[in-house]
Design a protein around this ligand. Structure first.
Ligand code: HEC
Length: 141
């Protein structure tokens, strides 16, 4: 029930920006939300809102760049390639999940296009993380 509610809330916010099929959201929930909650950090992984904010902020709000970087990470998750270094320290790097190119694109879109409500603790918490922008040049425009 909880996950259905999450899904419905994700769905209504995603569709504000882009057309994302219900099927994509179900696939996303199945493949990703066994570890990632929407807003809460759990014992397995950082919440979706944190991924959304870190990737958008490091790309200066450029959604295309943020999506490309998520796709690059999903294709080959690695400690060096991860932008969320503190999360890697805390949880170890995300395991590689076999995804098609289409799924990588769709899931990156869900992560970037969803309008999450930013929790109050977020800015304070992430100030301490000293996020580093990735080197330019390794992202296709
Ligand atoms: C088995 C648990 C697990 C599953 C399933 C999972 N993740 Fe993760 N994910 C993690 C953990 C742990 C991290 C934090 C460590 C890291 O950043 O690599 C993470 C981090 C991430 C990051 C940020 C990477 C970075 O550091 O820059 C992205 C993007 C991401 N996940 C996307 C996804 C997507 C999309 C799916 C579904 C296809 C998914 N995850 C499924 C465990 C999981």
């Amino acid at each position: 029930m909880k996950s259905i509610l999450l899904l419905v809330s994700l769905w209504s916010t995603v569709s504000l920006h882009a057309h994302v099929d219900e099927e994509v959201l179900y696939a996303f929930e199945k493949a990703c939300m066994s570890c990632h909650d929407t807003y809460e950090k759990n014992k397995k992984a950082p919440p979706l809102v944190a991924i959304n904010q870190v990737y958008l902020r490091l790309a200066d709000g450029n959604r295309t760049v943020a999506m490309e970087r998520i796709k690059t990470f999903l294709a080959a998750p690695s400690t060096e390639g991860a932008l969320m270094k503190p999360a890697v320290k805390l949880f170890a790097v995300m395991p590689k999940i076999e995804l098609t190119q289409e799924e990588m694109r769709d899931f990156a879109q869900v992560l970037v296009e969803t309008e999450f409500e930013i929790p109050e603790w977020f800015d304070e918490h992430y100030k301490t993380h000293e996020l580093e922008k990735p080197q330019e040049g390794n992202v296709s425009k």
